[in-house]
Design a protein around this ligand. Structure first.
Ligand SMILES: CCCCCCCCCCCCC/C=C/[C@@H](O)[C@@H](N)CO[C@@H]1O[C@H](CO)[C@H](O)[C@H](O)[C@H]1O
Length: 493
């Protein structure tokens, strides 16, 4: 990015931060909350958590939500993306038992946000399925589509008058981790259960979208989208086989979710269907391991989103391989894709092993989506950087600035982006990594009874970006104290 012209985010561009229920709320069995698959998984397997800290207490946001909103006011954000815990509001997962205290908690949080002019952006599902539904088949069962619709109706009935941004599901690609035995519920069904899960997640999303469209949209005028994990695969070099490998990788990691909703003809990408079919036959399966979508399902899915939520953290290089079955488990997504992934040694590393900074990845991703899906409406719903414990998080500041500059270039080249959301407002329970990887603009002292939150350098820098709508590469704060800027003063800046 050598050209030095100053680029600005428009006034209507929304800046925010994100969290999710399991990662911040704690109060795992308080006030009638049911058990989630993450409660069970990490209770049964404490040895899997890097530092042994699970989500039982986490940041205690269930009790400290007013402090969370105070931090949002300090940052001066426009929106707050948080998720609703399905088992907190429906302990059995089904609508036979509605937990009023759970619903009240989100009422309180939403009202507190609105009191200070902060737009709530609600994720309906962020990985924490009720354990009782897992025992009935979870996301591998077609019944989950109806369970999810019933749950969603409850939320729309209760909150749609105040919530204008809805995200049905966070990252359907969770299926590959959940059914790859890596994350909750820890089921090992690679190349089979994971694909069933993807189909049901997409259908659940579409049903929720159609429900809002039919019964709530006219009255409340909100938007419903889905957040996808869209890291970008660059070909390792210009060799034709690596260019093709990168395209296949993108079809499996982007197209699998985007094609059914955003492509002209719908359905999973042809390359994905053909590849999994071929491999399945070779492996002795009579039918493809990738479930088919009926014509009604294709119709239901096509156009079923007002925006695509982009969760983008990093990039990879993709290289063609002919011997993938010697490297990866068979069957598995990795074997079906059949490519080798690497990252550059020149990319700065975060605390998470997979997280390397390659800002041009978000630019390339945006242009790819524009070309492939005809300039879809997007919203960056997650982007973030992990460190250890330290208030001086210079590497996060660099990462955020560089990615935001790259995003400005993508906007200039026609990308439709409504807003940007940093993962995360504060340190939280990073799934199996516990609290060993810190993603927060605010550091959390997990040893302290009150889970004290303290602003990092990045919080001050993000606040400044939000105020000025530009990314100033050399700005440093005079003091590390953060305080609330009244909205009236903010608007004058
Ligand atoms: C020499 C070895 C080289 C290996 C190169 C391969 C590396 C591949 C890495 C690709 C990235 C894979 C992992 C991606 C993860 C993220 O996209 C995912 N974690 C995003 O999910 C959100 O993450 C947040 C922070 O991690 C947060 O936990 C949130 O809840 C999730 O939605």
């Amino acid at each position: 990015w050598s050209d030095t012209r100053i680029r600005k985010f428009k006034k209507e561009f929304l800046f925010g931060v994100a969290t999710s229920a399991y990662q911040v709320e704690g109060a795992w069995d308080t006030d009638g909350k049911g058990e989630s698959i993450w409660d069970k998984y990490l209770h049964d397997h404490p040895e899997l958590i890097a530092d042994g800290r699970n989500g039982d207490i986490a940041c205690d946001s269930y009790h400290q939500y007013k402090r969370d909103v105070e931090m949002l006011r300090e940052l001066g954000v426009d929106h707050y993306r948080f998720s609703i815990s399905w088992p907190r509001v429906l302990p059995t997962g089904l609508t036979n038992d509605i937990n009023e205290k759970g619903l009240q908690y989100y009422d309180n949080l939403i009202n507190e946000l609105l009191k200070y002019g902060i737009e709530p952006m609600v994720t309906i599902y962020h990985f924490d399925l009720p354990q009782s539904l897992q025992e009935l088949g979870g996301w591998a069962s077609p019944l989950v589509v109806q369970w999810f619709e019933d749950y969603t109706r409850l939320l729309f009935d209760r909150y749609a008058d105040r919530v204008k941004f809805w995200i049905t599901i966070n990252q359907p690609s969770f299926c590959f981790e959940s059914y790859g035995g890596i994350t909750a519920p820890g089921i090992k069904s690679k190349g089979l259960g994971d694909y069933m899960c993807v189909k049901h997640v997409l259908l659940a999303h579409a049903k929720a979208y159609r429900l809002y469209e039919k019964e709530y949209k006219n009255k409340y005028k909100g938007s419903v989208g889905i957040s996808l994990s869209l890291n970008f695969g660059h070909p390792l070099n210009n060799k034709t086989e690596n260019q093709e490998a990168a395209e296949i990788f993108r079809d499996f990691t982007i197209g699998l979710y985007m094609n059914p909703i955003w492509s002209k003809y719908g359905d999973f990408p042809k390359t994905v269907r053909n590849r999994v079919m071929k491999k399945s036959k070779e492996q002795g399966y009579e039918k493809s391991r990738l479930p088919t979508l009926s014509s009604e399902e294709i119709k239901l899915l096509k156009g079923s989103a007002d925006f695509v939520g982009i969760n983008h953290y990093t990039s990879v290089f993709v290289e063609a391989r002919t011997d993938s079955d010697e490297i990866f488990e068979v069957p598995s997504l990795q074997d079906d894709i059949g490519v080798l992934l690497t990252q550059s040694d020149e990319w700065v590393s975060g605390k998470s092993s997979w997280l390397k900074s390659a800002p041009y990845g978000i630019y390339k991703l945006c242009l790819y989506l524009n070309e492939k899906y005809n300039y879809p409406q997007t919203f960056v719903t997650e982007q973030g950087w992990s460190t250890g414990t330290s208030l001086n998080d210079r590497s996060r500041v660099d990462y955020l600035r560089e990615y935001l500059i790259a995003l400005l270039f993508a906007i200039e080249d026609g990308t439709k982006v409504m807003g940007y959301t940093v993962w995360s407002l504060m340190d939280n329970v990073e799934w199996n990594a516990g609290t060993s990887e810190r993603f927060g603009l605010y550091e959390v002292d997990f040893e302290a009874e009150e889970k004290t939150r303290t602003a990092r350098l990045s919080a001050l820098v993000y606040k400044r970006i939000i105020q000025k709508r530009v990314v100033e590469k050399d700005w440093t704060p005079d003091s590390w104290k953060i305080s609330i800027t009244p909205r009236s003063e903010r608007d004058e800046l």
